[in-house]
Design a protein around this ligand. Structure first.
Ligand code: TEU
Length: 546
């Protein structure tokens, strides 16, 4: 049974208690009762360790200390303890594929210490010739030149994020110490950042860039299952009740099936992203095409069937800190804001796996309304903007691309109320607040039984109380590209789930012979009677009467 519901808080943008415009741990502590009222079991917090924040904390200088911006170790200990009184486990975000180049390990390497040079992938060479032609996921070469020691180092993301050498047992031992330190502090969950990239190939060779950017060499690498098994056995696998999820960047299905199969003793569940690339033209994130509903449905069904058949556990999400908000991305928030903001999440909630809620989706927060490159803070987006201009796009065209797909779409401050700065802070925050905060905020919804927030509470309650919705039994019903229909069951309970993810009406009467035999469990148009002509972005969850 998959009963857990996990909430993701992006700490920089969740709640600012000390009034510096940046979110902090004290702010999260102040919101524990809100999270408890939602029905959250695990709270995933993006990295809060010491970092220069070139990549908002995914570039870590000290894995065992809390960055002053977020607060103190004592406040983290208080958060863990207080969360426990609400039966909420804290999940930390472990960035173990790379460290910041300002980490002491990397600094010692730069000073010529061979032991620490072997903590990373340093290669001798010529400043004019990188070791391979691999491309960074944030644009440009995946290699960083170090003038002082006349060597390159591998950096698959930002130049200031240096890939760690997991082939070195000394690195693995340091990693185990870090994870065990946080377990000793009472952390009961870990999200492992791009963890399927940690096993690099023995030989680094050039990629055929017409086929791939180097990722086929380092994704799901040769020793990945060995290293995950060792990580499990040396840290969280020695304890009961620690939730683990791996972020599997561009993973292949057969690898994912192994990562999240309990018998392999690697991880509890995995995030995969294929279904979130169906609006990338030819796989290019920065060239948009309208989302391919057929491909989206095909991927969801294929992964669900395979993961269930192999008893592997899937993390279910459509929103996170790296994605634009799905209601804006694939819904119609102008004409169907409520339906768009509830349909996709319900779809996510009622598949097989563990559902994740990303801060703000529970109140229907939308993509930002930035209109100037100065509004953007995300290193990936700013790099992409520069590349788009070099490629000949106008400023307006480049900003249009960013408005659709930039990670900053989901990083604007949480909208708590209609007071200045949306109740997030007492001062102007580090990133612009969406101007719709006066209309979309927690305070305006919390006591409204018809609000998106209370729809989420109903969904979470259903998920926890209806065993058919948390079982691993699912049967997909073939339907047209605008609808997605499946049956969930457990013992003698049968629940039919109907989704119209289009902007037009869809008649689903052919998919339900005897509607008198069913009752409505959930509907986002508040219908009291079963109406088999679904409105735009309508969901209908029906239980067969016993
Ligand atoms: O994300 C890795 C990742 O796959 C995304 O960054 C993706 O590559 C990018 O959004 C392009 O679609 C993880 C973290 O979630 C992300 O915030 C970090 O920036 C990244 O790793 C590096 O640590």
């Amino acid at each position: 049974m998959y009963k857990k519901v996990i909430y993701q808080a992006y700490p920089l943008s969740f709640a600012d208690a000390n009034g510096d415009g940046l979110g902090d741990v004290r702010g999260i502590i102040d919101k524990l009762d809100y999270l408890h009222s939602l029905g959250v079991d695990v709270l995933w917090i993006n990295p809060i360790f010491v970092s220069p924040k070139n990549d908002n904390g995914y570039d870590i200088v000290d894995y065992l200390a809390i960055d002053h911006v977020f607060g103190t170790m004592a406040e983290v200990e208080e958060l863990i303890q207080k969360a426990k009184t609400y039966q909420i486990d804290i999940m930390f975000d472990m960035v173990l594929n790379h460290s910041s180049i300002f980490h002491p390990w990397f600094q010692k390497a730069l000073a010529g210490d061979k032991k620490y040079q072997d903590f990373y992938f340093f290669r001798k060479g010529d400043v004019d010739q990188a070791p391979t032609n691999w491309v960074s996921k944030f644009g440009g070469s995946a290699w960083n030149w170090n003038e002082k020691i006349q060597m390159w180092n591998l950096a698959l993301f930002d130049k200031t994020q240096a890939d760690l050498n997991w082939d070195n047992p000394a690195v693995r031992d340091e990693i185990y110490k870090i994870v065990n330190f946080w377990i000793s502090k009472g952390i009961k969950g870990f999200r492992f950042d791009v963890i399927n990239l940690i096993s690099k190939p023995k030989v680094f060779e050039n990629a055929d860039l017409s086929v791939h950017d180097g990722r086929l060499f380092y994704t799901d690498g040769p020793n990945i299952h060995k290293y995950l098994h060792l990580l499990n056995h040396n840290t969280f696998g020695k304890h009961h009740g620690i939730t683990t999820v791996g972020e599997m960047s561009s993973t292949k299905l057969e690898a994912a099936l192994k990562y999240a199969n309990p018998k392999n003793q690697e991880l509890e569940m995995v995030f995969i992203f294929h279904h979130l690339k169906v609006d990338y033209l030819n796989g290019n994130k920065w060239v948009h095409k309208s989302w391919d509903k057929k491909e989206f449905k095909k991927l969801l069904i294929e992964w669900q069937k395979q993961m269930c058949a192999h008893k592997s556990h899937m993390a279910l999400f459509l929103n996170n800190h790296d994605q634009p908000r799905v209601n804006s991305r694939w819904g119609d928030i102008k004409n169907h804001w409520y339906a768009s903001s509830t349909l996709f999440t319900a779809l996510n909630f009622f598949l097989v796996g563990t559902p994740f809620i990303y801060q703000g989706e529970e109140i229907g927060m939308t993509n930002h309304d930035f209109n100037d490159i100065e509004d953007y803070k995300d290193v990936e987006s700013i790099n992409a903007y520069k590349t788009l201009l070099v490629q000949g796009n106008s400023v307006a065209e480049a900003l249009k691309v960013l408005a659709h797909i930039s990670r900053d779409n989901s990083r604007t401050p949480m909208q708590w109320d209609e007071s200045s700065y949306a109740g997030f802070s007492k001062v102007n925050p580090w990133i612009k607040i969406n101007s719709n905060y006066t209309k979309i905020n927690v305070a305006s919804q919390i006591n409204d039984p018809t609000s998106i927030l209370n729809f989420y509470k109903k969904m979470i309650h259903l998920r926890k109380t209806q065993d058919a919705l948390s079982s691993d039994e699912i049967e997909f019903i073939d339907s047209n590209e605008n609808t997605f229909i499946f049956k969930r069951s457990y013992k003698d309970q049968e629940i039919m789930c109907y989704f119209n993810w289009s902007n037009q009406k869809e008649n689903i009467s052919q998919y339900l012979q005897d509607k008198k035999a069913y009752k409505i469990l959930l509907n986002n148009y508040n219908k009291e009677f079963i109406d088999l002509v679904l409105k735009p972005f309508e969901l209908l969850i029906l239980e067969r009467k016993k």
